[in-house]
Design a protein around this ligand. Structure first.
Ligand code: ADP
Ligand code: MG
Length: 349
């Protein structure tokens, strides 16, 4: 829980003063940025390839709860989840714009901290902040980011490119972000009944970090390039493996088989699932917010990724008539459901 030490009203600065204060210290790094903040529009120049653009919106009370996400993390997360969509196109992000709506319940110092997180993400992911908009809101905080990126014409990965017999591959491990949220919500309940409780959350640092500070997989397009693997289709996992795999199937007009025993879940998360009495397969399939990349590669490229610690083959694409199934540990085939993140949240209520 973040307590505000200092509170300076937004009205002290006025709109232009506020924009100037928030957007200082954002040096331009990309050669494609001709002009950043300060004019009616930014000026960009891409010399070749494709330009990709993606927008995401984060709404207080819907996508985040300010009582447990510190403002720095919120700024960082807002950028990271947008860049994840750019990486899912096999592209390299280059610029972002940031739109923010705030009420006077937030002080200048609070917005400074959100921008600290945004600045940190711009450094880590090497993107330029080139514009945005600032406006007031009567109630909650809204943060919307647009990300721009570039990719060679023959490298761009759409959801529709998967072929029958392609292998289905996922980066990292799944379910961590969802279990992080479970831990945070449990602590919030404890805190409400006993504000003096000092929870020791060190044992849960991995899932909490996955929830509060997700990392976009910048390294994966680079790794695939190095390995000489061109994915046939790709998507990032924001809503859960099940829902994203179904998106690939629908766009590519195919079926899929995912093997339960192959789904990567970190040992810390497995242990936590036992503690919460929840199936690790369920949270990996439907948990969401892991921001890993899910992609398909030709079968003949298997040797190139085999044994790579960042990548796991979890199944394969098949003809549409074969359906979209999870092959359980006992061999039974269970249809995948696009239950998704929101549905899972409601189930718990
Ligand atoms: P306009 O009235 O033309 O929309 P603004 O006064 O809103 O211009 O913005 C001035 C400059 O500051 C523009 O370059 C705009 O893109 C940038 N800007 C405004 N708000 C933000 C923000 N929250 N984050 C980053 N850049 C911003
Ligand atoms: Mg404006």
């Amino acid at each position: 829980m973040e307590q505000e030490e200092q509170f300076s009203s937004l009205s002290n600065l006025g709109e232009f003063g506020l924009i100037e204060r928030l957007t200082r210290d954002f040096p331009i790094k990309q050669s494609s940025t001709i002009k950043g903040i300060g004019d009616d529009a930014a000026i960009l120049e891409f010399l070749s390839g494709r330009t990709v653009v993606s927008t995401d919106m984060l709404v207080e009370g819907v996508h985040f709860d300010l009582s447990y996400i510190p403002p720095q993390h919120l700024g960082y997360k807002a950028v990271a989840v947008n860049l994840s969509d750019i990486y899912a196109m096999n592209a390299r992000p280059t610029q972002i714009t940031v739109n923010i709506a705030v009420s006077n319940r937030f002080g200048i110092e609070y917005l400074d901290k959100i921008y600290e997180g945004i600045r940190h993400a711009c450094e880590i992911f090497e993107v330029d902040l080139v514009g945005g908009d600032t406006t007031s809101s009567y109630s909650g905080l809204i943060l919307s980011i647009t990300a721009i990126g570039e990719v060679d014409e023959n490298k761009v990965t759409e959801r529709s490119g998967a072929k029958e017999n392609d292998l289905l591959v996922v980066s990292g491990d799944l379910g961590g972000a969802y279990m992080g949220l479970q831990v945070l919500e449990r602590e919030k309940t404890v805190f409400k009944s006993n504000p003096d409780a000092q929870p020791d959350l060190s044992e849960y640092s991995y899932p909490i970090e996955r929830q509060l500070k997700p990392e976009a997989r910048k390294d994966i397009p680079e790794l695939l390039e190095k390995l000489g693997v061109q994915p046939t289709s790709m998507i990032d996992i924001s809503d859960g493996l099940s829902s994203e795999a179904l998106h690939l199937c629908k766009a590519s007009d195919l079926g899929v088989r995912i093997y339960e025993e192959k789904i990567p879940v970190d040992p810390v998360i497995l242990k936590l699932c036992e503690e919460f009495k929840i199936s690790s397969t369920t949270i990996a399939l439907n948990g969401g917010e892991d921001y890993e990349l899910l992609f398909t590669i030709p079968l003949e490229d298997h040797d190139k990724i085999k044994g790579n610690p960042h990548l796991t083959v979890i199944g394969h694409m098949c003809e549409k008539a074969a359906g979209t199934n999870l092959v359980a540990r006992d061999g039974a085939e269970v249809p995948l459901q696009a239950q998704g993140w929101n549905a899972l949240q409601q189930d718990q209520d």
